[in-house]
Design a protein around this ligand. Structure first.
Ligand SMILES: [Zn+2]
Ligand SMILES: [Zn+2]
Length: 376
């Protein structure tokens, strides 16, 4: 594919189409003013946005979105957070990017002034949600605490932008952020995972891309579990050495067989299933590490005695910290991670509700649904 030429200037309208959240599950397409970039920000024409399971949660239940410290209903709030687009205007002092460049956009711009931001953990900013009135510390999280991407234009801090590799389609570029979350999870497990064994539980978008990233980083063997054979098949294409259908065989027995009875070095838990944490700590070997990457809906009962007596480490991750998105984009640019395998459907912005329905009901094998924002 030939990359689009970079125009020197792109027309900027004054208003844009945007979906806003009213009451729970009530989305309306309205006109909003096109935002303008401030210092260290650019205006992005949103070309495509992927639907995430968290969008469905926010639209129905509000959390984890937080607008001015409250639930996001009836606040003229636009959800959506996994997007890419084209830089069309530079704010004052911006020379890191040029008009016409295609960028993928990290969700979180931390405040840049708290302890966690200074450590690179900007998805765990201590000033999370502090972005309004007298509380404006500069924190931003697209589609969570500030307007998101189910619209045509957005401003973003330059720190959140990652160049889209040349020749990559808009649809695939929306998946860079998801791949970044997978990368971040493997970071906290230790990063240098070549030759180490790993089980990834749950073949949703993050789990599937975690398979691809783990494989690209040299983990061996990479084992994927899920209940749906079609998703496990995609996992094989992304590089899983073994897949286990947890509805058909015992994951514990299969992992014991594949690991010489010892358990694996790492588990990356991406299912959010109620028993997943307890299962995970029993799949790793003594001294093993478990990363929890799914928003579970219920508290979990976990065998703490087993964790302590086996010196097992548990980590939670949020989003895409430590510039993991940039590193994930590099793997995709080098054809070491074929994220496009999880993209199943595309709809225009005007048909967002249909796209959300496909995602919610997993219609027609839906995994990642992409909305093309300029097609209204
Ligand atoms: Zn997401
Ligand atoms: Zn911060």
């Amino acid at each position: 594919m030939i990359a689009k030429p970079a125009p020197s200037s792109i027309a900027i309208p004054t208003t844009m189409k945007a979906w806003v959240l009213g009451d729970p599950d009530e989305l309306t397409l309205v006109d909003k003013p096109v935002p303008r970039p401030g210092p260290a920000e650019v205006l992005i024409r949103i070309d495509a946005v992927a639907i995430c399971a968290t969008d469905l949660e926010i639209i129905s239940g509000g959390t984890p979105a937080l607008i001015e410290g409250e639930l996001p209903f009836n606040k003229n709030f636009t959800p959506g957070h996994e997007f890419m687009g084209t830089v069309i205007e530079l704010g004052p002092s911006v020379d890191e990017f040029a008009v016409g460049e295609r960028v993928a956009v990290e969700i979180h711009a931390g405040c840049g002034r708290c302890e966690r931001c200074r450590e690179g953990m900007y998805t765990s900013c201590l000033n999370y949600g502090q972005n309004y009135g007298q509380h404006d510390k500069g924190h931003r999280a697209n589609g969570y605490t500030t307007d998101g991407a189910f619209t045509q234009y957005a401003v973003n801090h330059v720190n959140t932008l990652v160049r889209v590799p040349e020749g990559m389609s808009d649809e695939t570029a929306t998946l860079i952020v998801t791949a970044g979350t997978a990368m971040y999870g493997l970071d906290v497990l230790g990063g240098l995972i070549a030759g180490q064994s790993i089980v990834i539980t749950g073949a949703g978008p993050i789990g599937l891309l975690a398979v691809g990233v783990a494989k690209a980083l040299g983990a061996s063997p990479v084992i994927l579990t899920d209940l749906v054979d079609e998703r496990l098949q995609i996992g094989l294409k992304l590089g899983a050495d073994h897949v286990i259908n947890a509805g058909k065989e015992s994951v514990h027995e299969a992992v014991a067989r594949l690991s010489g009875g010892r358990g694996v070095n790492y588990v990356f838990e991406c299912s959010g299933a109620p028993n997943a944490v307890d299962d995970a700590v029993k799949l790793v070997n003594r001294g093993g590490r478990v990363c929890l990457g799914a928003f579970a809906h219920e508290p979990a009962l976990v065998d703490v005695r087993h964790i302590v007596s086996n010196n097992i480490y548990l980590y939670g991750i949020r989003g895409e910290g430590q510039s993991a998105v940039k590193r994930a984009a590099a793997l995709m640019a080098q054809d070491k991670l074929d994220a496009a395998l999880i993209h199943t459907h595309t709809f225009p912005l005007s048909e967002l509700p249909t796209g959300l329905r496909y995602a919610r009901e997993k219609l027609d094998g839906a995994i990642k649904i992409v909305i093309k924002n300029q097609e209204i």
